[in-house]
Design a protein around this ligand. Structure first.
Ligand SMILES: Nc1nc2c(ncn2[C@@H]2O[C@H](COP(=O)(O)OP(=O)(O)OP(=O)(O)O)[C@@H](O)[C@H]2O)c(=O)[nH]1
Ligand SMILES: [Mg+2]
Length: 176
């Protein structure tokens, strides 16, 4: 069996840890901590990833997927560096209902592209939430419009097994 290493990266609270948890067939290793009081004003949840999430699943008769969820916060970007350097492919998750995070998503994309040239796709999360921005507009914000090598970009709901598996299939088809 071959182990394909997939990194799940993206903006704060986009659903990276949820994605890994939903996809994984083993108990996920999650290295999170409580959001501090000073962070609470801009965070809507109690926990944030500070190192990584790790999960595994069997893709097919020949391939296992090893999934690594990154932290969202930039102060843990030393972990992005460590994780992406071992990646065979990655997914960038962008929270579609948070317009002020799009430039941050663009920065993450630049960070990753700077380190590796591997297959990648973009998953838009929270598209079921009010205030979700249309895909074309997000594409423009990410600065990938008119790019001949524009990556696949589609909606993904990290809470749904069928949705995360579909996203992983699109990505791994580019690896295998
Ligand atoms: N409605 C809705 N909720 C979502 C979606 N994706 C994730 N969530 C929820 O958003 C919250 C944040 O998810 P996490 O998985 O902790 O996000 P994260 O990207 O790991 O966050 P950090 O580690 O802090 O960067 C959880 O409560 C998820 O259930 C989505 O597409 N729709
Ligand atoms: Mg997380």
């Amino acid at each position: 069996m071959k182990n394909i290493r997939i990194v799940i990266t993206g903006t704060v609270g986009a659903g990276k840890s949820t994605f890994v948890r939903t996809a994984s067939e083993i108990d996920v290793v999650e290295i999170e901590r409580q959001v501090s009081n000073s962070e609470k004003e801009y965070s809507f949840k109690d926990k944030t990833t500070v190192a990584f999430d790790f999960g595994k699943l069997v893709l097919d008769a020949k391939n296992n997927l090893h999934l690594y969820g990154t932290p969202g916060q930039t102060r843990f970007d030393f972990m992005w560096d460590i994780l992406i350097k071992g990646a065979d492919a990655y997914i960038l998750l962008v929270k579609a209902n948070q317009a002020d995070s799009f430039s941050y998503a663009k920065d993450i994309l630049a960070f990753m592209n700077n380190r590796v040239q591997v297959p990648m796709v973009i998953g838009l999360t929270h598209t079921d939430c009010s205030g979700a921005i249309p895909t074309e507009e997000i594409v423009q914000h990410l600065g990938i419009l008119n790019d001949k090598h524009c990556p696949a970009i589609f909606n993904v709901n990290p809470q749904l097994k069928s949705s995360v598996v579909a996203a992983l299939k699109v990505l791994t088809n580019q690896v295998i």
